[in-house]
Design a protein around this ligand. Structure first.
Ligand SMILES: NC(=O)c1ccc[n+]([C@@H]2O[C@H](COP(=O)([O-])OP(=O)(O)OC[C@H]3O[C@@H](n4cnc5c(N)ncnc54)[C@H](O)[C@@H]3O)[C@@H](O)[C@H]2O)c1
Ligand SMILES: O=C(O)C[C@H](O)C(=O)O
Ligand SMILES: [Mn+2]
Length: 580
């Protein structure tokens, strides 16, 4: 695939906008501001002549200047704050710059750097972005919500309660940063109009002691609300979304493991809701696994899976792959369940763990008698090495936040038991990875099929050639899944739509053509890939009879192109009754 930004975002637009803002109001609106790109005619019409230096720049020139300014900052976190400030000033310039340097700049505005920005949110704070709905102010929730959404046709709402941000845990109000990052990627990679997207932090307090003790913390300094009061607060918010924006996609991000699955089940039959950590991660990992079994010329059903870290991502992956095994290989649910060995902080999930495991894991609990002959640690837990020795897994997936858990011994033992071990250390940010892919590659003499959650440099294969480490991050699929459902106004995000998206992504794997190539498409191609995913999702909604639009399935591709927001300047005409 060739450079995507060029095909998706042509560099000129004939669009004419009627705009009501003038002067400073216009220059301070990131939606409308063009900075030095306002034409002579616009400068006169919008009283900008004395407010701007005389030279009119093209968008290319603006991007060149902004890129040079960015390069003068060395630390990724400083680049992150520069780009945040650019987003506050001018959306077209921000997204245009990112789309020209996707692979270089995504890690700056998203994982891993955004993790550092979130962890330091209160200290780096300059300006608010998005919507802050706080438990202690819930009596004004509806007013607060309407204040920012009135008159806006919202397509997408990304929300978090910040309990499990990336792999860095409870981040309190700083979690707003993951919602704005996820939302930015919806625009960058799928063309969701940023004016139609909303980022929301549901501030229900925090159990992060560092934040509770920090005098500069900007969120609600109170222990996390739990139980019925929490459920009511979340429900109040969801019902507002349903009431005012019945067609929008509600994306849940980084909720804690005790709430994520529960909330998804609670609302998915009444609104288009999507949990990225469960469903997005499940879908992208399924696509990577489909590609990997294509390389090993086997089937998903032939594998023995060890899933290390049975939280939202671990269980989401397990269920997604289990469902695919059932539907593509015609195996019963019970038999498909048996192919998975789930592990968590108490070792292998087996029956005698009792209450230590969550009810949602019940289908995958291993019987105790299966493990009677296996040594345990002094707490009676079965550790990863023992599981690997006994099961001889062909697939080992990490989503535990346990950095370094896949030790040399574990990886070498696995490699001794199968020809091409499939090893996906998916924990983010990079420093939490279960094994550095370079080590996994060396310890398996280049035989491992690898994918990680954050970007890593290529490894060297035995013959000296480079092995590109696939970036198995949900960003390769969630923008497309979301855009697909928004496009066809399905009002539900069905499993069948997610599977259609995963299959489309798998069909784009470079490893299909060359087994030594990466398991997933390069991140530079993420816009094109997400576009294809969106088409597959919308077409599936038509097949399922739940597309809510008047056009026909055959028109999906064309409608998708029309619907995409592009980071290019239109032409403005002043109109008192125009857009603000
Ligand atoms: N690559 C991706 O697209 C992607 C997507 C989602 C999550 N993730 C990453 O996966 C990790 C988990 O995310 P999540 O949303 O599932 O979080 P989560 O909190 O729901 O789950 C983490 C699970 O790991 C378990 N765990 C913690 N320490 C462990 C240990 N030492 N050994 C075994 N298990 C342990 C926890 O008990 C919990 O069940 C994070 O690092 C996150 O960044 C990656
Ligand atoms: O945000 C990411 O990079 C992926 C994922 O949703 C995560 O929580 O790690
Ligand atoms: Mn996440």
């Amino acid at each position: 695939m060739q450079s995507v930004a060029k095909t998706l975002f042509p560099m000129s637009s004939e669009k004419i906008f009627r705009v009501a803002l003038r002067g400073d109001g216009l220059l301070h609106s990131p939606r409308w501001n063009k900075g030095t790109s306002f034409t002579e005619k616009e400068r006169k019409a919008f009283v900008l002549t004395g407010r701007l230096p005389s030279r009119v720049n093209t968008l290319d020139e603006q991007c060149e200047r902004a890129y040079a300014q960015l390069q003068s900052r060395n630390a990724p976190i400083r680049k992150n704050s520069f780009l945040r400030s650019l987003k506050e000033q001018n959306w077209v310039l921000y997204y245009s710059l990112l789309s020209r340097h996707i692979k270089e700049l995504t890690p700056i505005v998203y994982t891993p750097t955004e993790g550092d920005a979130i962890a330091n949110y209160s200290h780096l704070f300059r300006r608010s972005e998005g919507m802050y709905l706080t438990f202690s102010h819930q009596e004004t929730m509806e007013e607060d919500f309407l204040e920012q959404t009135r008159g806006r046709d919202i397509d997408l709402i990304v929300c978090t309660d910040s309990e499990a941000i990336l792999g860095i845990g409870d981040q309190g109000v700083g979690g707003i940063g993951i919602t704005t990052a996820k939302s930015a990627l919806y625009t960058l990679l799928a063309g969701i109009n940023p004016f139609k997207a909303l980022s929301v932090v549901l501030d229900v307090g925090t159990n992060n002691q560092g934040l509770l003790d920090d005098p500069l913390y900007v969120g609600w300094q109170n222990p996390r609300i739990r139980g019925e009061a929490y459920d009511k607060f979340i429900d109040k918010f969801v019902q507002l979304v349903r009431k005012y924006h019945p067609h929008c996609l509600l994306h849940f991000e980084d909720f804690g493991v005790t709430n994520a699955q529960r909330l998804l089940e609670c609302y998915r039959d009444e609104h288009s809701v999507f949990n990225d950590d469960i469903q997005g991660t499940g879908a992208v990992t399924l696509a990577a696994l489909m590609a990997a079994v294509g390389v090993t010329k086997s089937k998903l059903a032939d594998q023995r899976y060890v899933i290390y870290g049975a939280g939202s991502a671990g269980l989401g992956i397990t269920r997604q792959v289990r469902d695919a095994i059932m539907s593509t290989d015609g195996i019963s649910r019970e038999d498909a369940n048996k192919k998975f060995y789930l592990m968590d902080r108490y070792g292998l999930i087996k029956a005698s763990l009792g209450d230590k495991t969550r009810p949602s894991l019940s289908e995958f609990v291993r019987p105790d008698d299966e493990w009677e002959d296996v040594p345990t640690n002094d707490k009676g837990e079965v550790e990863l090495l023992e599981v690997v020795k006994k099961i001889r897994p062909t697939v080992l997936i990490g989503c535990s936040t346990h950095s370094g858990a896949f030790t040399e011994n574990v990886v070498k033992t696995m490699a001794a038991g199968c020809d091409r071990p499939i090893i996906f250390p998916l924990s983010n940010p990079s420093r939490l990875v279960e094994v550095d892919p370079k080590h996994a590659n060396d310890w398996t003499k280049g035989k491992a099929l690898l994918a990680t959650g954050s970007p890593f440099p290529p490894a060297k294969m035995l013959g000296g050639q480079e092995y590109v480490i696939a970036e198995c991050n949900n960003a390769l699929i969630y923008p497309g899944l979301g855009f697909g459902s928004v496009l066809c106004q399905s009002r539900r995000m069905r499993d069948s739509m997610i599977i259609a998206g995963a299959q489309r992504l798998a069909s784009l794997s470079p490893a299909l053509k060359d087994p030594d190539n990466a398991l997933l498409p390069d991140f530079n191609d993420a816009p094109e890939v997400n576009f294809e995913v969106a088409i597959a999702v919308a077409e599936q909604a038509f097949d399922d009879g739940i597309a809510g639009v008047s056009w026909k399935k055959e028109d999906t591709r064309e409608k998708a192109k029309e619907r995409q927001w592009q980071p290019v300047y239109g032409t403005y005409e002043y109109d008192e009754g125009g857009a603000q």
